[in-house]
Design a protein around this ligand. Sequence first.
Ligand code: SF4
Length: 333
Amino acid sequence: MILDIKDLSVVYQTDMEVVHAVNSISLSMEQGETLGLVGETGAGKTTTALALMGLLPERTAKVTKGSIWFDGTDLLSLSERELQRVRGDKISMIFQDPMTALNPVLTVGDQIAEALLLHNVEGHSRKEIEARVEETLELVGIPKERKKDYPYQFSGGMRQRVVIAIALVCKPDLLIADEPTTALDVTIQAQILSMICDLQRKYKTSVIMITHDLGVVAETCDKVGIIYAGEVVEYGTLADIFEGDVHHPYTVGLFRSIPSLTGSARRLSPIEGLMPDPTALPEGCYFSPRCKQCMDICKKQKPKVYEKNGHQIRCHLYQQTGTAGEMEGSGGR
Ligand code: SF4
């Protein structure tokens, strides 16, 4: 197992309030797998990734419990210096917006070389670094001659390729892609996703794909964690989530709120209401204020995780029956 996140909780603390961003999240993945983290904005996906990278804002964020085991080491026990060695070299991250992720006054070649120089444990010479920069540029579909160009000379899709080149130049074991195609138009999105998948296969890199888009998950992921209000409410293989016979009501709602290209025509039904205020989470199930199947117990008692063959669902519906009964309306996707 390359990554094992156990019972992780993160809060953001100010003088005025405590924001419960991540609440007892547990997730794991094997080498070479792609894990999709799906949820609305503010669900805790990016905070989980930042905790993994050791990039939480020091003054406001605090890991209140849990552990993050990566390749046999608890990342939360490492010093900043040790974490710097892990970042980029072993774990890399692709951020959402390629324009803000790149330095406008450095050529793209220098920015890729800089990432390599920071982790130059193999002691590469200047010539070798130059060759590696060119090789990485070509790998992401950019002619090596363009290494002397500046970010403003590239289109949005090409800039995101440069960001991916920077993330991949050290050949990390784990790549975190945080909404890597959100800022791009649809045709470029498909190219970038397929490129990430190709590179992952080539290097056997493990990938965490953070997204709110179930289409992206269907195209790229082996396992999926559905995140709601800082909790994993459902977790399983791609088949569990897309074809399984039982689902968390939030997952059902997510699927009903997107159009289906293959199924029969149906009216979209968005999930009514908003995610709860993370400074004042409700008692019991966090989804209860929006859940059409809410029962009395849901408002009083936090649901435990129901598990069948690795497919996990945090919902009282399953704990009550103790079996995986078919949920009303769980199909039709
Ligand atoms: Fe709905 Fe209750 Fe399940 Fe929460 S625990 S998702 S409120 S049925």
